[in-house]
Design a binder for this molecule. Structure first.
Ligand SMILES: O=C(O)c1cccc(C(=O)CC[C@H]2O[C@@H](n3cnc4c(=O)[nH]cnc43)[C@H](O)[C@@H]2O)c1
Length: 213
């Protein structure tokens, strides 16, 4: 009998992973944790969960905004480097990161890469920032690009990596781009396409993982 990878799928909202939940339905061989939107709910939910449960691999699935226009709307990417970009202090027009203040760190990294699990993966590896407030004005977008030149932004990613690091858990973050980060225009968002592509990718990945080990 195969020694299956014990897998946990983490998402902020159920709609983001609804297609894969329906796909596997009663034949589901993995656990699921819905944390709620944002870094605080994510850190709390994962911290709590990790004290009670053990997994070989934890995958954060979600949609994201992209600063990088070379990434297509709907494209699925692997976020490997994620920054709590708001963690620090303002000094008039300047920003002092938490590292410079001497109170810890803001950057967290994936503790594994997808190519350790999938032989052929064409997904781009990206950087991201994790924010409480979705950027939606030209001024704030220009400021954050100057500050850290991120490719993507989400509201949970770095908190996910943080919780995995603290718990010593192997974590991957896979996201599909639902929108470009721009002056707010919700009509331009392609949430349906991003969710479809994300879930198709995840279904294939979970099937591959089930046939490994
Ligand atoms: O209507 C809105 O303004 C809105 C803002 C953020 C997210 C949503 C969602 O419906 C999905 C929640 C989920 O989406 C991630 N996300 C997607 N795009 C972005 C973005 O441009 N900046 C930050 N986060 C984004 C986020 O991780 C949320 O959990 C609706």
């Amino acid at each position: 009998m195969k020694n299956m990878i014990k897998l946990l799928i983490v998402a902020a909202t159920q709609p983001e992973i609804e297609p894969l939940l329906s796909h596997f339905d009663k034949k589901r061989s993995f656990d699921v944790l819905i944390t709620g939107v944002g870094m605080v709910p994510t850190a709390y939910a994962l911290g709590n969960y990790f004290t009670l449960n053990q997994h070989d691999l934890v995958i954060n699935l979600g949609i994201a905004g992209s600063f990088d226009r070379s990434i297509s709307l709907g494209e699925v990417v692997e976020v490997v480097d994620d920054d709590l970009a708001e963690l620090g202090a303002e000094d008039d027009q300047d920003f002092i990161p938490i590292e410079k203040l001497g109170f810890g760190k803001s950057r967290y990294f994936a503790s594994a890469t997808l190519d350790q699990y999938l032989e052929k993966t064409a997904l781009k590896k990206t950087t991201a920032i994790t924010v409480n407030t979705v950027h939606g004005s030209d001024a704030s977008i220009a400021k954050v690009i100057k500050q850290s030149a991120p490719q993507l932004e989400s509201m949970e990613g770095a908190a996910f990596f943080y919780a995995c690091e603290k718990a010593g858990v192997v974590g991957l973050q896979i996201r599909a781009v639902s929108n470009y980060v721009e002056k707010r225009n919700r009509d331009n968002w392609k949430i349906g396409l991003a969710v479809k592509n994300l879930n198709n990718f995840a279904i294939n990945l979970i099937n591959v993982l089930a046939n490994q080990a």
